[in-house]
Ligand binder design. Sequence first.
Ligand SMILES: Nc1ncnc2c1ncn2[C@@H]1O[C@H](COP(=O)(O)OP(=O)(O)OP(=O)(O)O)[C@@H](O)[C@H]1O
Ligand SMILES: [Mg+2]
Length: 350
Amino acid sequence: MLFSESSSVGIDIGSSYFKLVQLRETKKGYELELFDMLPLAPEIIVDGAIIDSLRLIEALKELIKKSRLKTKNTVIGISGHASVIIKRISLPEMSEEDLAESIKFEAEQYVPFDIEDVNLDFQILGPREEPGQMDVILVAVKKDIINEYVAVVKEAGLNPAIVDVDAFALENTYEVNYEIEPNRNVALVNIGASTINMNILRGGISVFTRDSSLGSNLHTDALQKAFGVTYENAERLKRGESVEGVEPEEAYSVISSASEDLISEIARSLDYYKSTAMHEDIHEVVLSGGGALIKDFPRIIAEKIAVEAKIIEPFKNISVPKKFDISYIHEVGPIAAISVGLALRKPGDR
Ligand SMILES: Nc1ncnc2c1ncn2[C@@H]1O[C@H](COP(=O)(O)OP(=O)(O)OP(=O)(O)O)[C@@H](O)[C@H]1O
Ligand SMILES: [Mg+2]
């Protein structure tokens, strides 16, 4: 019954914005049906945990009303190093059915939480070079976090049809919009307010994911400290707007130095990836999330880590009807990257 409607809505519940995307599949490909965002007060979700579920539910109801959402089936995403574990592991070759039976046992040594406290999923990637072994992506998500988010969605009157992982939603968005080149390693890097989600694709296949607990709040905090401004005014400064009593050049220099801290964190993850068995270079960084919109961020990251960097265009291959304000959609599109990937999910996908 959950899947009786043809299309579902992707709602990315971020700590600073709700992002809502609904797509329609036409003969010519995907078309944007609904797009909306709603800011959230920073104290409602902290470190990925829902602190004030009543306010979150109220805000979600407001978003549903504002966007005139008709569909109930909803896809949400979970992220954060404290809630999601994604590991590429090697196991003896076996069938999907057999692995489904034994996954709990196999996963135990890779998951740092009590195995009873997580929902497990896996995807078999295929055989390895060593005979008799196969590569598997193991995904473990904490049940209490899933339950918290699912409860909010239900309380707001929606059907939580699929709970996805943000890093995989990002990959989906990339796949729909870009040509995969077999020998190219692309790092997808989504910079939210309190999280950075990374997913490295080698020839289009995810080989490394990491969520870290830094995000563009680093810019906000630095601005608040440096100029004694409110959260709202710090947010204005980040968007390049002027705030009384703050010199734009000084704000820019505080922002740039916070960007460098964020970039060091990203560089550490990339270095870690290069130090693993794969030892491979990254050819391109594709940025998304609100943090990617910080002035000059792509240029600074490209300089610092000496890799090409660009901002994702999540609607590159998705047609946007005239009823939308195209320039607005293009401007905020990178913030919606994960919600587009959520909206692309179909029941039965993994
Ligand atoms: N135009 C802009 N210029 C600079 N920064 C921006 C802009 N728009 C949004 N941001 C910043 O991006 C962040 C929000 O991005 P995003 O919506 O991707 O985060 P989130 O999903 O709510 O957070 P998280 O996933 O970490 O919980 C905020 O810190 C906000 O200040
Ligand atoms: Mg986010």
